[in-house]
Every structure is written in structure tokens, then in C-alpha cells.
Design a protein around this ligand. Structure first.
Ligand code: UDP
Ligand code: MG
Length: 155
């Protein structure tokens, strides 16, 4: 049987300012992903330097960090089978003008860095990123009546 895995999502300041938080959370809920952590938090420069460390030599690094500090963000941990791939498919490509129609980035945004959402790109990254934003007691394990649809034997 498949094993449930976790990923980290950040709903970015453009989405918070454009009042799209409910829309985005709703898409994940309707898909059948389980929310096991969720909070609003301000990101500081040190956290962002770590989080976007792979981009530290890019010319847009400073602007990206400033953008991410404009307002609080919503941090979420989502659980499901093949969670990294499932969430990245729902999120869409980094450039919203190239993202597939139907994805969050394609449907709701037009530019970078304001592409609405961050999602971990591997299980290794998600383990690090979840620890970066959540304490152990901010993550929850619980049963839902709908688990029978989304977990268990199948393909
Ligand atoms: N970004 C940017 N300019 C670029 C590429 C990326 O401002 O040319 C921002 C954008 O917000 C993106 C984030 O940097 O989501 C992280 O980039 P990454 O390559 O990790 O893309 P992601 O994993 O978010 O799709
Ligand atoms: Mg990335």
C-alpha cells in the first residue's frame, strides 16, 4: 500500500493581499489532501535566505526576499500519497504565463515573483522545509471520515 507523505506550502504575500487564501486552500481540500498544519507567519530575512538558498546568486534574490516579507504568509503542511508530485501539478510551473491552464499559478497569476504559492520540490526538501516553518506540536495526526476515499488500497 502507498504511504502518506507530507509537503510544505507557502501562500505568498500576493495571494494574501489579493484575498485568494480561501480559493487556494479550497483547491487542496477539494482534491482530497489532508491539512496537518496551518498558520499565518511573518518571514524574516534569515529564514528566506535559507529557504531560497538555491537562488542566492540570482539577480532577483533581494527582490524575492523583499516580496516575501510584504505581508505575513500562510504556511501549510499537506498530507497525501505522492504528495510532492500531486501538489506541484496543482501549483503549476514557476512562470505563471507558461503554467498549464487549470493550475493555481496559471489560473490566478501573471508574473514572478508574485506567483501565489511555494511548494516543496522533493521529499528531502519537504522534510527540511516543514522543520523550518513548523514545530512538532504544530503538526497534527488525525482521522477524517473522508480518509476512506483518499487513502487505502487502490492503484
Ligand atoms: N523567481 C523569480 N524570478 C525568477 C525565478 C523565480 O522571482 O526568474 C521566484 C518565484 O517567486 C519562484 C521563486 O523565486 O516561485 C523560487 O524559485 P524556484 O526556481 O524554486 O521555483 P518554484 O519552485 O517556486 O516553482
Ligand atoms: Mg522551488
Amino acid at each position: 500500500m502507498a504511504e502518506a507523505q507530507r509537503t510544505l506550502v507557502l501562500i505568498k504575500p500576493d495571494a494574501v493581499q489579493r484575498e485568494l487564501v480561501g480559493e487556494i486552500v479550497g483547491r487542496f481540500e477539494r482534491k482530497g489532501l489532508k491539512t496537518v498544519g496551518m498558520k499565518m507567519t511573518n518571514l524574516d530575512e534569515a529564514t528566506l535566505t535559507e529557504h531560497y538558498g538555491h537562488l542566492k546568486d540570482k539577480p532577483f534574490f533581494g527582490d524575492l526576499k523583499k516580496f516575501m516579507m510584504q505581508t505575513p504568509v500562510i504556511a501549510m503542511v499537506l498530507e497525501g500519497y505522492d504528495i510532492i508530485e500531486v501538489v506541484r501539478v496543482i501549483v503549476g510551473a514557476t512562470n505563471p504565463r507558461k503554467a498549464d491552464a487549470g493550475t493555481i499559478r496559471s489560473d490566478l497569476s501573471m508574473n514572478v515573483p508574485s506567483n501565489i504559492i511555494h511548494a516543496s520540490d522533493s521529499l528531502e526538501a519537504s522534510a527540511t522545509e516543514i522543520k523550518r516553518f513548523f514545530k512538532d506540536d504544530e503538526l497534527f495526526t488525525y482521522e477524517m471520515l473522508t480518509d476512506k476515499f483518499h487513502f487505502g488500497e487502490g492503484v
